[in-house]
Design a protein around this ligand. Structure first.
Ligand code: HH2
Length: 293
């Protein structure tokens, strides 16, 4: 299969509240969960100092953006009230934006109120794992701030979206996912978000069994046909462990890298990962090999 790499000068651009992100090279979004219960980094970056320290490491390792999350989507995770999510996320967003004005700060939330406050503190992007399904005001909040938005595919509430319960598809799972992402694009347009602000994400592991995550990576061209850049988030997820024969999260780095490299080859341009250094090195080499004539 040919690599999907834009010729020089025509790289797609993602508009954010802190200016455009050009996608002539793969962009890495480092994960910074300030939660007690995220499946991999939960409880590790709870205090402000720990969170800022980890962000410094991710940026040093080559993260182009930092995605700050205050609510886990792990199956069985407790829903987080707005006030608690604000208390977790806002001090971190404020400090990161102050220290690293050149780094894109993203807030991983499905709540318009959290998005509004984070954008006011310097976040440039809202990463909505519900694709504008769960809070109808979130799109308008992002549009008013001129923010970039990641629209991820999922089904159901925050508590159920990462389980297999809603992973019920007919003969063409990727077709259903594309249709549902098209619905998210429609909600974005109705909220006043310009297409240039939008990145699409198939939501690996969200409302998807392993075979569904495999299918969306294999058929990423069908997501790209919706006309926006694609972000993928395979980092240490269950489907990676299952494909490797049943490995726990601590042993899923190599599989994560494999998923990122294949997604790059199929046209993804943004990669949301925990392990920035390893993934950046792998993608830099893969990009050089894929873009050589
Ligand atoms: N995955 C997770 C959370 N947010 N956002 C996007 N756009 N894409 C993803 O694939 C994605 C996401 C789940 O991973 P993580 O943040 O590590 O875990 P948790 O939900 O337990 O905090």
């Amino acid at each position: 299969m040919r690599a999907t790499v834009s010729p020089a000068g025509t790289a797609p651009v993602w508009e954010t509240a802190r200016g455009p992100v050009t996608l002539e090279r793969p962009r890495i979004v480092g994960i910074l969960n300030v939660t007690p219960d995220s499946f991999w980094d939960g409880g590790r970056h709870g205090g402000l100092d720990a969170a800022v320290g980890h962000a410094a490491v991710l940026i040093e390792q080559g993260a182009d953006a930092i995605d700050v999350g205050g609510e886990s989507t792990r199956p069985g995770a407790q829903p987080v009230p707005v006030a608690e999510e604000l208390a977790r996320v806002l001090p971190v967003v404020r400090e990161l934006a102050r220290r690293w004005p050149g780094v894109i700060i993203s807030v991983d939330t499905v709540k318009a109120e959290v998005a509004r406050a984070a954008l006011a503190e310097g976040a440039a992007v809202v990463n909505d794992v519900s694709g504008l399904r769960l809070d109808p005001r979130l799109g308008e909040v992002a549009a008013d701030a001129g923010a970039g938005v990641v629209l991820m595919h999922s089904r159901g509430s925050v508590e159920e979206m990462a389980s297999y319960d809603l992973a019920r598809y007919g003969a063409d799972p990727v077709g259903e996912i594309v249709d549902e992402l098209a619905g998210a694009l429609g909600r974005a347009a109705a909220a006043g978000l310009p297409p240039s602000a939008i990145v699409l994400d198939p939501g690996l592991g969200f409302s998807k069994r392993t075979e569904h995550s495999v299918a969306v990576i294999a058929q990423l061209d069908r997501i790209l046909a919706l006309g926006r850049p694609v972000l993928v988030g395979p980092s240490r997820k269950r489907f990676v462990g299952e494909l490797a024969g049943g490995l726990p999260p601590a042993e899923r780095l190599e599989g994560t890298i494999a998923a990122c490299v294949v997604a790059l080859q199929r046209g993804a341009r943004l990669f949301r990962v925990h392990d920035v250094l390893a993934v950046r090195r792998a993608l830099t080499v893969a990009e050089a090999l894929l873009s050589s004539p």
